[in-house]
Write a protein that binds this ligand. Structure first.
Ligand code: ZN
Ligand code: ZN
Length: 124
């Protein structure tokens, strides 16, 4: 099975084979900034199962793990579609919203609960 994540304008695409290794919901402030929403959800894939198409620009930030995270976004519309956590070089993270698929597998973990907005329910 194949799923395609895209930026808002469609110029940057991540074509993903099979199911993600893990889907993780993150309440951290960096994810809030990245999404403009109150949490982010990442689908982690084996790098070998993802093909990137289209131009991207990247920006790097230091994660709490001490390793950098390289975020890749569309140079035209600015949406971040995927990022590379250098702590796990074999994995690539894709923003679940970029799939625009309400049937996408649900997150199985939530992290940085201390930054969860008070009205957001904890993951069951
Ligand atoms: Zn775009
Ligand atoms: Zn986060």
């Amino acid at each position: 099975m194949k799923r395609i994540a895209t930026c808002t304008c469609g110029g940057l695409r991540a074509i993903c084979q099979g199911d993600p290794l893990k889907v993780s919901l993150c309440h951290c402030l960096e994810c809030q900034k990245r999404t403009g929403s109150t949490y982010g959800i990442a689908a982690f894939y084996d790098r070998a199962r993802v093909r990137i198409e289209g131009a991207s620009k990247s920006w790097s930030r230091q994660a709490d793990s001490g390793f950098p995270v390289n975020l890749h976004f569309c140079p035209d519309c600015g949406s971040t579609v995927f990022w590379e956590p250098l702590r796990k070089p074999d994995a690539i993270a894709i923003g679940v919203g970029s799939f625009a698929d309400p049937g996408f597998p649900a997150p199985t973990q939530a992290v940085y609960d201390q930054y969860r907005h008070f009205w957001v329910r904890p993951l069951e």
